[in-house]
Design a protein around this ligand. Structure first.
Ligand SMILES: Cc1cc2nc3c(=O)[nH]c(=O)nc-3n(C[C@H](O)[C@H](O)[C@H](O)COP(=O)(O)OP(=O)(O)OC[C@H]3O[C@@H](n4cnc5c(N)ncnc54)[C@H](O)[C@@H]3O)c2cc1C
Length: 442
């Protein structure tokens, strides 16, 4: 189904004339753009990302989402960041127009599209100025639900997925633990069967959006390492109701550098009871399921990083054209111009890697091939975005350090894709060992 038709059917269902006219206008705009093949995106205001190699569906996603995000200007995000207020309005708008379910099955109310289009969705949200905060307000619901749709039973999918798509349920993703860090196989949170339930005990950290979540996709140990035939065995994936009660489930918010609109939390489970049918797929096989979601997550994060980088570069080039010192625009000085040109080329190269990885994921090629491509893309996009954000702050000089010009916010947020969901160093390890065949260093 065309994404416009799909989004439009959502508008018609809720009878919104205002936004419906936006989509129709966006559709007309898209048609024009196809008839004269374009090189650079020009919607709704000129962006720097070359869009010549995208599919028509990706471009349609980009057009419609740009329109939607234009209702949330930079000032909205600056304010949310300053006050640490969740961007509920963006999430509601995304639900209303059907975007949460972009990569979930059509028969469950989703868009039936792939991670290539979902990456474009997150890329566009971030690029609008919403940055990582905007993207993070929906992204777990897009990527972490992939294992649910693939490995859940028909009944589970019917019970859970429509609620996620329609915003009645919101999920957070619970993998990281304080003591295991990037060594996921060493996680110690347990799920112990007790009659018709599981009892969850342990601690998670850095869980985004847990304050607004109704559910968590949880990775927990169900068989002790000592009894597992291999380290990847014995972990199980759950989709659990998430109801903090101050006794068996408690949350503590973590103050942080950037994307402050989105809460990050420590989560403590103490014999927290969840129904046994929260288990996704086969007991003890959760690690492979979570990897499926993680490859999607790397693609989306790469898209988000790119968005931030292009947004920063756009602000920097505008400023460099307009700001005159020593009798000429600073953008005419090679000391300013060349680093910006280099940052753009870095983003463009990372963009090709990102959409290549997403395409491989959607084509269902071997998971190891996808893993390499997705890790590579995430690394390159995060580094390119960092370079662009840093250059933007430096281009604006003192104004780059001011809240008012937004690039300092972008720079703060830009550390996230460098650290999460997997760090730069662990990607280097992955490529060193698995691609180059070098000895394991740890
Ligand atoms: C804003 C934010 C949001 C997040 N949201 C979520 C979420 O919703 N859900 C979730 O589960 N997690 C989330 N995370 C957690 C994130 O995935 C982890 O922080 C990330 O995986 C890094 O793990 P760690 O912090 O434990 O680092 P550690 O494992 O403690 O590593 C610390 C440093 O040591 C390096 N290092 C470790 N081992 C090696 C090695 N063998 N070789 C070389 N270097 C090494 C790492 O690269 C890193 O630089 C979030 C994190 C952030 C910052």
């Amino acid at each position: 189904m065309s994404i416009y038709r799909w989004a439009l059917s959502g508008f018609l269902r809720r009878g919104s004339c205002l936004l419906q006219s936006n989509v129709t206008a966006a559709s007309r705009h898209t048609t024009n753009l196809y008839t004269r093949r374009r090189c650079f995106s020009s919607s709704p205001s000129r962006s720097l990302m070359d869009t010549s190699n995208f599919t028509s569906t990706q471009l349609e996603v980009r057009e419609a989402v740009s329109k939607l995000c234009s209702q949330f200007p930079d000032e909205y995000w600056m304010e949310r960041d300053r006050k640490e207020q969740y961007p509920h309005e963006l999430h509601a708008a995304m639900v209303r127009d059907g975007w949460i379910g972009i990569a979930l099955p059509e028969e469950l109310g989703g868009g039936g599209l792939g991670i290539s289009e979902a990456t474009m969705l997150l890329n566009t949200i971030s690029q609008s100025g919403a940055g990582m905060a905007g993207a993070q307000s929906i992204h777990a619901n897009v990527y972490a639900t992939q294992p649910l749709a693939k490995f859940g039973t028909d009944q589970q999918n019917r019970d859970w997925i429509p609620d996620i798509i329609q915003g009645r349920s919101r999920t957070c993703f619970g993998v990281t633990e304080p003591n295991s860090g990037l060594n996921t196989l060493a996680l110690t949170t347990t799920a112990t069967r007790s009659g018709d339930n599981y009892l969850i005990s342990g601690q998670k950290i850095w869980i985004s959006s847990a304050q607004v979540a109704t559910h968590m996709i949880l990775l927990a140990r169900t068989t002790p390492v000592s009894e597992s035939p291999k380290p990847t065995h014995g972990l199980s994936l759950f989709y659990i109701p998430f109801k903090p009660d101050n006794t068996t489930l408690t949350l503590t918010r973590i103050p942080k550098l950037g994307a402050r609109a989105i809460d990050a939390n420590q989560v403590f489970f103490d014999s927290y009871i969840v129904p046994a049918d929260s288990l996704i797929g086969t007991l003890d096989a959760g690690f492979s399921y979570v990897l499926h979601g993680m490859n999607a997550e790397r693609c989306l994060l790469a898209g988000e990083a790119l968005g931030l980088g292009y947004a920063a570069l756009k602000k920097a080039t505008k400023y460099a054209r307009e700001r005159s010192v020593f009798g000429a625009p600073i953008g005419s000085r090679q000391g300013i111009q060349h680093p910006l040109a280099k940052a753009w080329m870095g983003l463009e190269a990372a963009k090709l890697a990102t959409y290549h990885a997403a395409k491989l994921y959607d084509e269902g090629v071997d998971a190891k091939v996808v893993g390499t491509a997705a890790n590579t893309a995430k690394y390159l996009a995060a580094e390119a975005a960092f370079e662009a954000c840093e250059r933007a702050v430096l281009t604006l000089g003192g104004m780059g350090y001011s809240e008012e010009f937004h690039v300092e916010r972008y720079l703060r947020e830009c550390f996230i894709p460098r650290i999460a969901p997997v760090s730069r160093e662990m990607i280097m390890n992955y490529v060193g060992e698995r691609v180059l065949g070098l000895p394991r260093s740890y």
